[in-house]
Design a protein around this ligand. Structure first.
Ligand SMILES: Cc1ncc(COP(=O)(O)O)c(C=O)c1O
Length: 388
């Protein structure tokens, strides 16, 4: 039975509006940063970093992206069910008992352990064609992956003489966005050495990939013939501003990325409070003067962090106003005493642009001592995503 209430979701005062034209622009920046022959695998895990994996992937597919990266089998199945047809790489943890579902959905696994290859090979043995996999080498991330000296023997094992074929070798860089390029260069050299061993052994592996957004922008030697942009597609670079200024990387180019998400809500009430009154839980804020306080229908259950209490800012009428008191589960209060025309129904931008003013996810991240990735991923399922 159709859900007769579903169309009401866009009446939500709180929205995440995603600008698909800005997504296209950021993809162009990514393409301009790599050689024309280099493939893009768009990282759309974690619901495309909170932007909505289905809508983002469909738009990217229209723009010519044919490969997608997710973290879990379920994320891959969601994309398959939405009609995404190209290779979908499952880059996160895989357990042997999950692999039948992965094969059934035609997803591409990242083999991080010989045991995964063994199980995949036994499941794929009856197939007419070898099943494509990517093999992950840990060159210094200290996370999932084979040690560099395990790769050749895996590729020469019986699993890769029939049931499986290595479509790619990959590695992940630990510090591509850090101020010092040395460790990234060491990781790239280790990966190059594994690539060299594979080629010297005459094994045919079509793709090699290592670069996330930061490495796409700063480390051309990490491009190989495929790159894995995530954050930059959503309009941010993970390089901190002060690092960009002081970077000693000869190859660093500032990128003109456009954040694609706006998080907004509307003022639901304005309260006039006298001097010395307290606001929100635990009374952490007291008015120092008669104050106009705007109540916003968004809180930490929407992914708007409680760490923003008494610290964050939002935009109303193109001006910044400060959060007062604790951010609650469903509400946040801001002081609009300096905005006498602020009224119920006014648009409030928590992340994004309003008039000339802008608050980026990176700024919100700085207020909460985290990174823009976490701010974007945290925006919860209660917030409708709207695309334009
Ligand atoms: C294996 C892998 N590749 C690529 C990316 C994309 O990284 P970024 O969003 O920094 O471009 C990620 C994200 O964490 C990842 O885990």
């Amino acid at each position: 039975m159709p859900n007769r209430f579903s169309s009401l979701s866009h009446d939500s005062p709180t929205l995440a509006t995603i600008d698909l034209a800005a997504l296209a622009h950021n993809l162009t920046v990514a393409r301009q940063s790599i050689p024309a022959s280099c493939e893009i695998l768009a990282v759309v895990k974690a619901d495309a970093y909170g932007h909505g994996a289905v809508a983002v992937s469909k738009r990217l597919a229209q723009l010519g992206v044919s490969r997608f990266g997710v973290a879990t089998i379920q994320e891959g199945i969601t994309l398959r069910e939405a009609g995404i047809q190209g290779p979908i790489l499952v880059m996160g943890a895989l357990f042997p008992d999950q692999l039948p579902d992965l094969l059934a959905a035609g997803l591409t696994p990242v083999v991080h352990d010989p045991a995964i290859a063994d199980r995949l090979a036994s499941l794929a043995r009856s197939r007419p064609e070898p099943y494509p996999v990517h093999i992950k080498v840990d060159t210094g991330m200290g996370r999932l992956g084979l040690a560099p000296d395990q790769v050749l023997s895996l590729l020469q094992s019986p699993s890769f003489k029939g049931p499986l074929k290595a479509d790619a070798l990959m590695t992940h860089l630990a510090d591509a966005d850090g101020p010092d390029p040395d460790y990234t260069r060491i990781q790239i050299a280790r990966f190059q050495s594994v690539v060299g061993q594979v080629e010297a052994a005459g094994l045919s592996v079509p793709f090699f990939h290592a670069a996330n957004s930061a490495a796409i922008l700063r480390h051309p030697s990490a491009h190989f013939n495929m790159v894995r942009p995530g954050l930059m597609l959503y309009g941010y670079q993970s390089l901190p501003a002060d690092t960009a200024a002081s970077s000693n990387l000869a190859d660093h180019k500032p990128a003109l990325l456009t954040p694609i998400l706006t998080l907004s809500t509307r003022v639901v009430q304005i309260r006039n409070l006298g001097q010395g009154e307290s606001i929100s839980y635990n009374r952490t804020y007291r008015t120092s003067r008669p104050s106009r306080i705007a109540i916003l229908p968004i809180g930490y259950a929407d992914g708007y962090s409680r760490l923003l209490s008494n610290r964050g800012q939002v935009l109303i009428k193109g001006s910044r106003v400060g959060i007062v008191g604790r951010v609650c589960m469903d509400m946040t209060m801001v002081d609009v005493t300096c905005l006498p025309t602020a009224a119920v129904g006014d648009e409030v931008v928590l992340i994004g642009r309003q008039g000339e003013a802008q608050i980026s996810a990176a700024e919100v991240a700085a207020w909460t001592d985290t990174i823009p990735y976490e701010v974007l991923c945290a925006i919860g399922p209660r917030v409708p995503r709207v695309y334009r």
